[in-house]
Design a protein around this ligand. Structure first.
Ligand SMILES: Nc1ncnc2c1ncn2[C@@H]1O[C@H](COP(=O)(O)OP(=O)(O)OP(=O)(O)O)[C@@H](O)[C@H]1O
Ligand SMILES: [Mg+2]
Length: 358
């Protein structure tokens, strides 16, 4: 087991005009499950492939434990990677697929068999060891790919969207299994996904990337409670945080017909940047609904989920999502006065996107 360090690691693809991964700084603890998340093209796979040694590093360094692996070939890094397409050998049995790396490494047959059987037991694959991959379901193939990584007992697991070929229900159960397995094995894991729900449910910590730049790295809880900028605020959470540009007034901001207090520090930071507005963020569950005042929205769609419901409303082209109790669902077409609950409003700079509130 080992820690992993990206030390200003940069990847500029030949012919590119800006780096696909730009001075990535990330320290992953020994045994930690870190999830890299972000929209398509933000540099997740490139980061993982740099750590695997499948992509050149053009600046900075990468360390596993205290070994500088920046220029080591993949086979000398003691890592195992699980790819999106699993890359199983179709002509080999499950057992041979799982034991292949050990065979290449020159381990004896009995040892290979023992390690494969151990992993198969963990993954519930024992009864499939003699089958070929084509005779397995998608979920079983996914587990074989995991098994192939596990038998090697590497220092680090790398996984690039390993669940994207599974249907929605299987994805949910498999993500729990992977997280539990990782906890049992205690092997440092870097896991890539574009799905923020997967990131938030699986990771000890989550790192959000955008355009090759690290936006924030934090525990799921902190990421949700205190997003560092407008991008993270809008990306993490489902339904997404409401982001509304509002005018600054004395001691606060004007939210519809109400004045919502904002800290002096946040307001002066906005004023220093020459801004007349800030962008406030309010999660759907953090609105108070009143009889008057606040922002008056028209209810367009109501989503009833039983225990609670989501109201999709709008005001002058600004969409607003509000969570309501399951028994207090308003009528479609009605009006609702909403105001951010005290202490639950996030404040961001409209011009830079940076977080201004505590
Ligand atoms: N071999 C390559 N040569 C040139 N550019 C590349 C190469 N591979 C990736 N890129 C570019 O680098 C950027 C990052 O790509 P990367 O594959 O890391 O994104 P990603 O975050 O994994 O996206 P996705 O969620 O779609 O898999 C993209 O703009 C992509 O077009
Ligand atoms: Mg990718």
């Amino acid at each position: 087991m080992a820690s992993v360090t990206f030390d200003k690691a940069t990847r500029l693809y030949p012919g590119g005009d800006k780096p696909a991964v730009d001075q990535l700084e990330l320290e992953i603890e020994d045994g930690e499950f870190l999830v890299l998340v972000g929209p398509s093209g933000c540099g997740k796979s490139t980061s993982l492939r740099m750590l695997a040694g499948l992509e050149d590093v053009n600046g900075g360094a990468i360390r596993i434990g205290d070994r500088d692996v920046t220029h080591l070939p993949p086979k000398d890094r003691d890592i195992a990677m699980v790819f999106q397409n699993y890359a199983l050998y179709p002509h080999m049995t499950v057992a041979d697929n799982m034991g292949f790396a050990l065979k290449i490494a020159g381990e004896d047959k009995a040892t290979i068999r023992r390690k494969v059987e151990e992993a198969a037991k963990m993954l519930d694959l024992t009864q499939y060891l003699d089958r070929k991959p084509k005779a397995l379901s998608g979920g079983q193939r996914q587990r074989v790919a995991m098994g192939r990584a596990i038998v090697r007992k590497p220092q680090v697991f790398l996984m690039d969207e390993p669940l994207s070929n599974l249907d929605a229900k299987l994805r949910v159960s498999t993500r729990t299994q992977i997280a539990a397995l990782q906890r049992d094995l205690g092997i440092t894991t870097v896991y890539v996904t574009h799905d923020q729900v997967e990131a938030m449910t699986m990771g000890d910590r989550v790192a959000v990337l955008k355009d090759g730049l690290l936006q924030q790295v934090d525990t799921p809880r902190n990421m949700y409670d205190r997003p560092a900028n407008l991008f993270v605020a809008g990306f993490i959470g489902s339904p997404a945080m409401n982001l509304v540009e509002v005018p600054i007034t004395d001691g606060g901001v004007k939210f519809g017909d109400s004045v919502v207090p904002v800290s002096r520090e946040a307001l002066s930071a906005a004023a220093d940047a020459g801004d007349k507005t800030v962008t406030v963020g309010v999660r759907p569950e953090h609105f108070d609904i009143g009889e008057t005042g606040g922002l008056t929205i028209t209810v367009n769609v109501v989503e009833e989920l039983g225990a609670d419901g989501y109201v999709y409303g709008s005001k002058d082209g600004q969409d607003i999502v509000v969570r309501v109790g399951g028994r207090q669902v308003p009528e479609k077409g009605s009006s609702l006065h909403v105001v951010p609950r005290a202490g639950e409003m996030h404040v961001f700079s409209t011009s830079t996107g940076a977080r201004l509130s505590d």
